[in-house]
Design a protein around this ligand. Structure first.
Ligand code: SAH
Length: 374
């Protein structure tokens, strides 16, 4: 490769000894919420009311929970709805329809989430870890290393906060709802599998137990932790899977996505194909186009051939991402001409291809730019 790259070690284990985030009703199943209140000497039947406030009414102030007796309201709220995170800063772009929020978690860890409103839909891009241990050299999050896994409730709360902002009409376009959630913020969702699955369940559980979203509107993006992709296929929740491939050959992918030294291109793609087979959901292949690194015409041909070798029943599409700038990286996005040729070659071989819009670049809120610095 032309530029020498800083290589960080891959990290799977989260650093120990920081304590756990407060337990919140979004961490728990409805039955567990009831048990939790009873453990605290509070009436279990109040759990349903608290869930309604949180998931259906999107209430964040105890004062608004007037159906709870004043005498136990504070205890109920601190028992199941403890404060999880504090917004430190919100940056806006696209006339306020793109909003990046920096959050401080209970232990001082920082994460970011991004709300993107389009005509007819609104997507919340959430973080699943504070930092990331996957060390991809072109991603700002990967350059900062892993601080810790996030809890289920910390993940869900990012979506609920976006839902509140939309329902209160704080985002231009009138009151609205979150229609899509993408696990494409900070972190590797499959390296925090249990909490991420919990969050997906809370998002899809019907109200008031959860947010009642459609699994089809949820995308889990991964560098390709093969055993976790297989596990996800068995969960019976048909979320969309996105695989961050970025190169069709092991030589280059070993450098761009270091986990490739553990699970090779063909293993990651095969797992994605299995996922599509099992769930009947079309898989998305993410490919950041980096000038003179992975944007050659022959790599487009090879990418199409690799994908087509698993079948041509429309199991896959490619989402190209023009590289977003990150601090300290000399790599840049491909020339528009090379990008066009890349698209043309994939389509010529029958691969449906889209080029992702780069919302939020000017607020460092686009793919690979989330660094969560104060
Ligand atoms: N760790 C998961 C979730 C993050 S999703 C994953 O890698 O899939 C963020 C997406 O943006 C990934 O596809 C990632 O590879 C991509 N990305 C990272 N840095 C980027 C950059 N500088 N420009 C464009 N895309 C980038």
């Amino acid at each position: 490769m032309s530029e020498p790259i800083k290589t960080l070690p891959l990290v799977f284990e989260e650093p120990k000894g920081r304590g756990k985030p407060p337990r919140h009703l979004a961490d728990l199943t409805p039955a567990e919420r009831k048990e939790r209140l009873e453990e605290l000497g509070l009436p279990g039947f109040r759990a349903k009311q608290l869930s309604t406030h949180y998931f259906s009414r999107l209430v964040d102030s105890p004062d608004a929970m007037t159906d709870l007796p004043a005498g136990t309201r504070d205890a109920l709220v601190s028992g199941l709805l403890p404060n999880l995170m504090t917004p430190l800063r919100t940056l806006e772009a696209d006339k306020g329809t793109t909003r990046k929020t920096l959050w401080k978690l209970f232990d001082g860890a920082l994460v970011e989430s991004v709300l993107m409103r389009y005509p007819g839909r609104a997507t919340m891009c959430v973080s699943s870890q504070a930092g990331c241990g996957m060390a991809c050299p072109f991603c700002a999050t990967g350059q900062g290393g892993l601080q810790r896994n996030m809890s289920t409730a910390e993940i869900v709360e990012q979506v609920v906060a976006g839902a509140r902002a939309l329902s209160r009409g704080e985002v231009p376009g009138g009151p609205g709802r979150v229609s899509n959630v993408v696990f494409m913020g900070m972190g590797e969702p499959m390296a925090n599998y249990k909490a991420v699955i919990g969050a997906v369940r809370r998002l899809t559980d019907p109200a008031p137990d959860g947010l009642g979203m459609s699994a089809r509107g949820i995308t889990v993006s991964t560098v390709g932790l093969v055993p976790r992709i297989e596990q996800l296929a068995d969960e019976g929740i048909p979320v969309t899977l996105a695989l961050s491939l970025h190169a069709p050959d092991d030589e280059l992918r070993d450098e761009l996505v270091p986990i490739n030294t553990r699970w090779k291109v063909h293993e990651a793609v095969e797992a994605a194909w299995h996922y599509a087979e099992k769930t009947k959901r079309r898989v998305s292949i993410e490919y950041a186009l980096i000038k003179d690194i992975n944007d050659q015409a022959w790599r487009a041909d090879l990418l199409a051939d690799v994908l087509n070798s698993y079948g041509d029943w429309g199991w896959v599409h490619v989402n190209l991402i023009p590289l977003n700038p990150t601090p300290g990286s000399k790599w840049t996005a491909s020339d528009p001409r090379d990008e066009k040729e890349f698209v043309r070659r994939l389509e010529a071989k029958g691969i449906p291809t889209t080029v992702r819009d780069t919302r939020g670049r000017e607020i460092d809120g686009a793919c690979g730019q989330l660094a969560a610095a104060e």
